[in-house]
Design a protein around this ligand. Structure first.
Ligand code: HMG
Ligand code: MG
Length: 286
């Protein structure tokens, strides 16, 4: 049987968060509903962050209230602090994610605090998740390059990964936030991180600014990773990371993995339809 690779779908969150047009909630719900048909185990649908920081994500609770929940699909959201996880739990998320940076410059730009302060703020989020009995994913951004601080040292990524793991994150997603990672740098970073944590608990999160995301995925597969984040239609970008382009497109990742002999469990036609819907939203609405 083919080796299974999970693709965690990002379009409704990472894909839409940077769109300039304020997208109507109904369009977001329709996108999530289309994605729910495709066969994903997890879809990241919202961020419970400050609406002043990311206005596009302000309607997360309404999105979660409006979607048709498909059996077997876990709907996830970003929660940077206690206020965020409280709202996310009330909205009925199945998993949450905290997000740290490997670089101080991006931590300040994205979370308005140092890396150490961000880790302190995540403690109550972990406690609330434990009480609610839901899993917490940990993102680490700028794993090879940062637009503020330059190249990121692999040992620094490993330190932040180890801290989030010790806090109780079940999985760590390694973010090439600005899509500039060269595969050899990704490989060196993974070598350091794998000293701390097993590959089964790591995910690769590659943006595709320079068209190297599939190469970075191949390097990660060779290192034993079997979970990758991607966004249908290649949507995305981070509002606080200058130069960040879209996540690697789910349909390209799925096709590439299948060519390499891996199973993804995704329905190609339904994925194509969801990707077209995602691109229509980006293009200005239906
Ligand atoms: P702050 O301004 O330092 O926070 O922001 P604060 O605690 O001083 O609060 C300021 C205001 O925000 C208050 O409202 C709070 O109530 C409100 P006011 O009194 O001024 O009216 N507030 C909130 N409102 C709703 N939900 C909340 C919340 N928290 C505070 N949870 C904060 C700190 C973390 C809130 C802010 O910096 C923030 O929201 N940052 C999020 C930025 C973000 O979402 N970035 C994009 C996602 S990360 C990403 O894309 C990378 C990733 O894809 C991986 C990769 O690619 O590498 C994951
Ligand atoms: Mg991202």
């Amino acid at each position: 049987m083919a080796d299974f690779v999970e693709i965690v779908e990002m379009a409704p969150r990472d894909g839409l968060q940077n769109e300039k047009r304020l997208i109507p909630t109904a369009e977001k719900i329709a996108l999530v509903d289309a994605l729910s048909e495709v066969g994903f185990r997890r879809i990241e649908v919202a961020s419970f962050v400050s609406p002043k920081w990311v206005p596009q994500m302000a309607d997360g609770a309404a999105v979660l209230a409006g979607i048709r929940r498909a059996p077997g699909v876990i709907y996830t959201a970003l929660t940077p602090n206690l206020q965020g996880i409280t709202a996310a739990l009330a909205a009925g998320v199945g998993e949450v994610a905290i997000f740290a940076s490997a670089s101080e410059g991006f931590s300040k730009a994205n979370l308005n605090c140092s890396i150490l302060e961000s880790l302190e703020r995540f403690e109550p989020v972990m406690q609330a998740a434990n009480v609610a009995n839901i899993k917490v994913r940990g993102y680490v951004s700028m794993v090879t390059d940062c637009p503020f601080d330059g190249p990121t040292a692999p040992a620094q990524v490993a330190r932040v990964v180890a801290a989030l793991s010790a806090m109780g994150c079940h999985e760590l997603s390694l973010g090439d936030t600005i899509g500039r990672a060269r595969p050899e740098r990704t490989d060196a970073m993974l070598a350091a991180v794998l000293e701390e944590i097993a590959p089964s608990r790591l995910a690769g999160h590659f943006h595709d600014t320079e068209g190297r995301a599939l190469d970075n995925i191949e390097v990660s597969l060779a290192r034993g990773l079997r979970i990758f984040d991607a966004a249908a239609g290649g949507l995305g970008g981070c509002p606080y990371a200058p130069g960040a382009a879209g996540n690697v497109a789910t349909e390209r990742v799925a096709a590439h993995l299948e060519r390499l002999g891996y199973a993804t469990g995704l329905d190609r036609d339904k994925l194509a339809r969801a990707a077209a819907r995602a691109q229509a939203i980006k293009g200005g609405g239906e």
